[in-house]
Design a protein around this ligand. Structure first.
Ligand SMILES: [Zn+2]
Length: 155
């Protein structure tokens, strides 16, 4: 079962591609920012490459790298969340069992009431398990020895 699930459940390659793009953009952004500071220090500006342009490019690269990495790592984050939930459930198993048994205790009388009502409704409609007292004519259980309305013995 576990093995079968692993074979059929492979993470789409797109996430790996997104991670690679994300990391590349991050490195590119850092390089651009470092370059802008180095160029600024030495005051050797090319006419086509300005300090601000490099910084803008670097900042954009880093922002996009976060976007790509965020999507690329989303399955890992989801996995981590599932693991965390599993851990929390295991850690609080006793409390959870208590809660479920308490809510079961609260629900039990209501369930019994409903079951009884449904049962009565069914037997009333089918006419089974019911007979009528010979003396007063009130409906009583078919196995009743005494009528619970007038108290006379049934035979
Ligand atoms: Zn009776």
């Amino acid at each position: 079962m576990q093995k079968e699930r692993n074979e059929n459940n492979k993470l789409p390659k797109i996430y790996m591609v997104l991670k690679i793009i994300g990391f590349s953009l991050l490195i590119l952004g850092i390089i651009l920012l470092i370059l802008s500071f180095v160029l600024f220090k030495e005051r050797t500006f090319d006419n086509n490459v300005s300090k601000m342009g490099l910084r803008f490019g670097g900042a954009c690269s880093i922002i996009f790298s976060f976007v790509f990495n965020f999507i690329g790592f989303s399955p890992n984050i989801a996995k981590l969340q599932v693991k965390t939930k599993k851990y929390l459930i295991n850690e609080n198993k006793e409390d959870l069992t208590d809660i479920s048994s308490v809510s079961g205790d609260i629900a039990e009388p209501h369930v019994k009431k409903i079951t009884k009502a449904v049962k009565e409704q069914l037997t009333d409609e089918s006419g089974e398990n019911k007979k009528y007292c010979k003396y007063c004519g009130k409906p009583i259980d078919s196995d009743a020895i005494f009528c619970d309305k007038c108290g006379k013995k049934q035979d």
